[in-house]
Unconditional design. Structure first.
Length: 148
């Protein structure tokens, strides 16, 4: 890292290799030479994922890659990367190392988009904790005396 580059954290590859120092607030990860982080493997898409620094926390977004992006073993579309998170880009695994406080974070971390998406995928009745009416008896009123 040169003297005038800013340090925003690093990706530590599992199984050895050089750490990837994060020197910008927005980074594209992929196989293309024009990417900020170039991973020269055939199972990495040309532009595989994007990392953004928001409110002192890193977020990772899959860019429609063929082999997917995971955080802590779960496939993601967009996810907050907490310090120590394990990132899998195709089959290549890294550990995220950074300090949110050093990057300007304060208070609770920003919302994690994948948790919000999971809630929004569920129906309104499920989110409210209400059971759906049995379709075979949908015109019959429920006997409230039977409920305990």
């Amino acid at each position: 890292m040169s003297e005038n580059e800013v340090y925003y954290g690093e990706l530590v590859p599992s199984g050895g290799g050089d750490n990837i120092v994060l020197t910008k607030e927005k980074l594209i990860i992929g196989r293309r030479e024009t990417c900020d982080i170039v991973l020269r493997f055939s199972n990495i898409s040309g532009q595989h994922a994007r990392m953004n620094l928001e409110q002192g926390y890193w977020f990772l977004k899959d860019l429609g890659s063929r082999n997917g992006t995971k955080v802590n073993g779960y496939k993601i579309s967009r996810k907050r990367l907490d310090p120590g998170a394990v990132i899998s880009i195709a089959k290549h695994t890294f550990t995220m190392e950074y300090s949110p406080e050093d990057l300007g974070a304060f208070g609770p971390p920003p919302a994690d988009d994948d948790q919000i998406e999971e809630v929004l995928r569920r129906g309104l009745m499920d989110r409210a904790g209400l059971a759906r009416r049995d379709q075979s008896n949908r015109f019959q009123n429920r006997d409230l005396a039977d409920d305990d």
